[in-house]
Design a protein around this ligand. Structure first.
Ligand code: ZN
Length: 246
């Protein structure tokens, strides 16, 4: 039946969302892959990093917020709220978790002959893949036929065969995609901790080497995550956006 990878991206220190995802995914996976942005925005960077470390993932790559929260990037190109959150996160990370984040590799990272992962794009870890032109550029930058990415917080699948690139947004509920052997795919599972597709539920995916990708959404304790943010001194807008999924 192949190896089943639990795909987690853009967790953003949202422990309530991560725990709901892990409960919903239960034992339906064999290995974990993390596509970056473990921290930033949310109130529980240490607990989220420690939960991920406890899962002993097959691969974890860094995101732009991870870099900005551990001194690898000055966050100069961040908006002021993101920058505030990065500074707050850096002040609250334990030395051990900060060292862990500093040691995360930049993507892309090859998982096997068919699969690779990146945070933004395979040609630039900080680039956003929003449209077919970005996807075409990404397909040209990699030899592997399946590339999983994050960063935009928007679930999407781009398909490519020859010069044609198609884009599709997965259904809002369980959506299983069959990966054809002669096609190429760029897949974003969506964000665990800060969804931006107007659906507040946590998003994640399960990739199977047998040739499927399953998009999933799960309700979580949004109010609890919001209370944690409000009590932490982080900007209130970071709490507010969780309930509208933006
Ligand atoms: Zn992110």
């Amino acid at each position: 039946m192949g190896v089943r990878y639990l795909i987690l991206s853009d967790l953003h220190a949202n422990l309530e969302a991560l725990d709901a995802v892990l409960a919903a995914a239960a034992d339906g996976w064999d290995q974990v892959l993390v596509l970056g942005d473990l921290v930033g925005y949310g109130a529980d960077p240490n607990a989220v990093v420690e939960r991920i470390r406890s899962l002993n993932p097959a691969a974890v790559i860094r995101g732009n917020h991870d870099k900005a929260s551990c001194g690898l990037d000055d966050g100069e190109h961040f908006n002021h709220i993101a920058r505030f959150a990065a500074v707050w996160t850096e002040q609250h990370l334990t030395p051990d978790n900060r060292t862990y984040l500093r040691g995360l590799p930049a993507g892309p990272t090859a998982i096997d002959a068919r699969l690779e992962i990146c945070h933004g794009a395979p040609f630039d870890e900080d680039h956003y893949i929003f449209d077919a032109a970005d996807a075409q550029h990404a397909f040209e930058a990699t030899q592997r036929s399946v590339c999983l990415f994050g960063h935009t917080h928007l679930p999407v699948v781009f398909g490519g065969s020859g010069a044609q690139v198609t884009a599709a947004v997965p259904d809002r509920d369980l959506h299983s995609l069959t990966l054809e052997a002669d096609s190429r795919y760029l897949i974003n599972p969506g964000s665990v901790g800060q969804p931006r597709d107007r659906d507040p539920r946590a998003a994640f995916g399960v990739y199977s080497t047998a040739g499927t990708f399953i998009f999933r959404r799960v309700d979580y304790d949004v109010a609890g995550a919001q209370r944690r943010i409000s009590a932490s001194g982080l900007p209130q807008s970071l709490a507010n956006r969780l309930s509208i999924g933006r």
